[in-house]
Design a protein around this ligand. Sequence first.
Ligand code: SF4
Ligand code: SF4
Length: 290
Amino acid sequence: MRITVASGKGGTGKTTVAVNLALSLAAAGRAVTFLDCDVEEPNAHIFLRPQIEREETTGILIPEVDDDRCTYCGRCAEVCVFHAIAVIGTKVLVFPELCHGCGSCAYNCPEKAITEVLHPTARLRWGKATGEGTPIAFGEGVLDVGQAMATPVIRELKKKGLPAEEESIAILDAPPGNSCPVVETMRGSDFVLLVTEPTPFGLHDLRLAVQVAREELGLPAGVVINRDGVGDDSVERFCAEAGIPILMRIPLDRRIAEAYAQGETIVARLPEYRERFQALYRRIEEEVGR
Ligand code: SF4
Ligand code: SF4
């Protein structure tokens, strides 16, 4: 089972839900993998406190031109929709920060003058988070400062980190928003869990997130309302109209806010929530089985 935990906007409690769901399932003896796909600002490690066992560099493949073969025909620049390569006289210029590593220039070069070389953009970190129950396999991507290409890093993190075993549970903590990195995180998931807050801002971004998950990717989705009790009932009315199940409500609770501020999880501070997060998973299973 692959579950992406997402939210249209930041600050809704997405990582809180993802982390507590993972810990609750591990406490019940389930094999859990947690991937922090918020590669611009990964912060799940603050709560899971994994022991990092291995680190590796990742990046995108950018073109390198062999001047001895190049005829400066300009074909590579013509096919690059990202304007990441330019031919000026007898010089081929590559702009790594614009390159998406699509390989089109190398494929289309008539002289086979282009080879692809790794341009490092991020680190992948792997480890284990031990709490109660089964250790959680942990992975996160960390974009290098100044790098903007999150999507290839997420793709690599998923390729290397997702478990093969059907019975294991993978929880992917998506970046905030609704752009390409979120789509890449959701792609291939069995279920998208959308965390929102019951306010007009929460609703605005929830609508967009639902559009991405259900309409663009065709994935089943459900909602967790965090800080239930603030705001209005517009999120509930939207979910009822759109036929999206509300799977859990987390009330506005000072004890939860204090735990968060101290880098502590809900289930560590309030162990009774373990059963509630386990029940959330059972609801997800039901929705996936429909
Ligand atoms: S397509 Fe190949 S031969 Fe033509 S300018 Fe680009 S690198 Fe050189
Ligand atoms: S790999 Fe793709 S994005 Fe990068 S320079 Fe070549 S064509 Fe452009």
